[in-house]
Design a protein around this ligand. Structure first.
Ligand code: DO4
Ligand code: MG
Length: 284
């Protein structure tokens, strides 16, 4: 079951993506916000019943999708895949031990990524910093958590990163990770999927320049070292999220060291059980 935020007559609405790719407008059923919906015990049953009712329909391809967050903070876990650990140890002698240790430590790496209003939706522009020379997208499964810390859904995430800044000194991580347009989420949230099923999904990325593929990579959610419940529990330890939160689960695809993004590149990230997050790159 897929729900999204979309723009209609200058307001944000909540929609249910139907199997025939129509968008059912949930505002007609009094559902105007995502956050309270995600607090419900059985949101899938509720939406399943509503899907059978006579809701207004839109053509999905014709609406502008909004980021699937309202007041959710976006956080990110790091070094959860072996590939991420190895690539980061290679890029920085200075910080290699830190990446090595955090991969196997009890406590995962978790860092702040974005406030909701800065999140870029599908078809929006993602950013590379003007003071960075080595920029990459990080295709990641994003957990959608309600205020109790329960994983209620999943979306596709892009943890845009400046590798030269992170590689120079790990204390620069917030600058490598948090800047305008550095976080994209979308196109929608998939609800009602158990972790065991989500772990069978594949994550694919393709980057095109002038219409030609310049990088493609793929990984599997099953390669994430830690369970979703473990990552969520660490995020919610000594911290509350009354509006819920989104937690990116780390990258398992890292382009080789010669690759850097350029303005106007097109980044497509697809997770098999969710859908496609598509963005173009701009300099910020
Ligand atoms: O340790 C730095 C960031 C790691 C990260 O973003 C990732 O592994 O995806
Ligand atoms: Mg990442």
């Amino acid at each position: 079951m897929k729900i999204c935020r979309f723009e209609f007559k200058d307001e944000a609405r909540i929609g249910l993506v139907a199997p025939d790719s129509a968008l059912l407008d949930l505002s007609a059923a009094g559902i105007t916000r995502l956050t309270p919906l995600l607090e419900e015990d059985d949101v899938v049953a509720k939406l399943g019943a509503l899907a059978k009712s006579d809701l207004p329909r839109h053509v999905l391809a014709e609406v502008r999708l909004l980021p699937p967050v309202e007041r959710h903070e976006v956080w990110a876990a790091g070094v959860t895949y072996l590939r991420s650990k190895v690539a980061r140890m290679d890029e920085s002698d200075f910080s290699a031990t830190a990446y090595d240790k955090v991969y196997s430590a009890d406590r995962p790496e978790i860092f702040f990524k974005s406030i909701a209003e800065k999140v870029v939706p599908t078809r929006g522009l993602v950013g590379i910093r003007k003071d960075a020379t080595w920029n990459v997208p990080e295709p990641e499964l994003a957990l959608v958590l309600n205020s109790k810390g329960r994983v209620v859904g999943y979306t596709v995430g892009n943890d845009m990163s400046s590798r030269d800044i992170e590689g120079e000194n790990l204390l620069y991580l917030p600058q490598a990770k948090v800047y305008d347009r550095s976080c994209a989420l979308g196109p929608w949230i998939v609800l009602g999927t158990p972790e065991a099923v989500a772990r069978e999904w594949n994550i694919r990325i393709q980057i095109k320049r002038g219409g030609k593929a310049v990088f493609a990579g793929e990984t599997s959610v099953s390669k994430i070292k830690r369970s979703f419940a473990e990552l969520a529990a660490f995020l919610f330890r000594s911290q509350s999220f009354p509006h819920g939160a989104v937690l990116l689960t780390g990258t398992g695809v890292v382009p080789d060291e010669h690759f850097t993004l350029q303005p106007a590149d097109r980044v497509d990230i697809e997770i098999s059980g969710i859908g496609l997050l598509e963005n173009e790159v701009t300099v910020v």
